[in-house]
Design a protein around this ligand. Structure first.
Ligand SMILES: [Zn+2]
Length: 281
């Protein structure tokens, strides 16, 4: 089990529950930037973390992104197919009662962000958080519903939530107030339905950046897209917005895939507008 630091932002306590770590060569993560890769100092393998963030407030218990999930038929993918991780046990061991989770937020509908929406009880797929509202992007949901390639994942990770009447949707056109200082803000590019989750509590800020970035090197190289980014120009534009907002608000940034603590600060480089540095905390 990978233990996580607990962070405090106003009245919110935030910590991570890790599902698994994945190693990728830099050239596989950033295939469009082969020449520039030789100019930076990176290890042979970059570690990506797949995890959920838990946000605990006096009257709220929220899960942000739900990983890959166990027992899934994922076409033999070495990273996703028929996993048997101890995520559920790990979640419980942090003191999170899944029955008390009141909201599940997904930054976007990709395979590594929706899995633990459900679990298999030996007979059928059931919502993992049966007393929560699951907030889906309306656009993402509509896209998956009609995409023949996504029917398996839709069936095991989305449909059971819809069938249980636990889903609500946000319109990708703007931002949506989720209460208690939480706001879902559309930030398309990595995927058309991609959002970030901003939190303001007692004058302090946090940002759950989803897949705006996959590795801290993108803070200093915001024009680098990962191989997973669907709309390259949009992803770069959203990355700049997120960097600027995080620096301006001195926000704690909670990444969906950075390894180490997965959390940190984005700071402006003095005298160099538009340039930023990353510091793990
Ligand atoms: Zn992801």
């Amino acid at each position: 089990m990978i233990t996580s630091q607990h962070y405090f932002v106003g009245n919110a306590e935030i910590f991570r529950v890790t599902e698994q770590l994945i190693d990728l060569p830099p050239s596989k993560l950033f295939p469009d930037h082969q020449e520039e890769l030789s100019t930076v100092d990176l290890p042979d393998k970059l570690t990506l973390s797949i995890h959920s963030w838990i946000v605990r407030m006096p009257n709220r218990l929220i899960v942000v992104d739900t990983g890959i999930g166990n027992d899934r038929d994922r076409d033999g993918s070495p990273f996703f197919d028929h996993l048997h991780t101890d995520f559920a046990e790990h979640l419980a061991s942090t003191g999170v009662d899944r029955l008390k989770v009141d909201m599940v937020l997904m930054t976007h509908l990709h395979i590594d962000h929706v899995g633990w929406n459900t679990y298999h009880d030996g007979i059928e797929w059931k919502p993992m958080f049966p007393n929560a509202r699951y907030v889906f992007s309306e656009q993402g949901l509509e896209h998956w519903r009609h995409d023949p390639k996504r029917q398996t994942i839709y069936g095991d990770s989305v449909q059971p939530v819809l069938d249980a009447g636990l889903a609500c949707t946000v319109d990708q056109a703007g931002s949506m107030d989720l209460g208690d200082g939480l706001r879902c803000v559309s930030m398309p590019g990595h995927s058309p339905d991609h959002s970030v989750i901003a939190l303001e509590s007692d004058g302090m800020y946090a940002l759950f950046g989803g897949d705006t970035m996959h590795h801290p090197i993108q803070v200093s190289h915001p024009h680098w897209n990962s191989t997973f980014c669907e709309h390259k120009l949009g992803a770069v534009g959203s990355r700049h917005k997120v960097l600027q907002w995080s620096a301006e608000h001195q926000a704690l940034y909670f990444s969906a895939h950075f390894a180490s603590s997965s959390a940190g600060r984005i700071e402006r480089v003095a005298g160099n507008p538009g340039s930023y540095t990353w510091r793990f905390v």
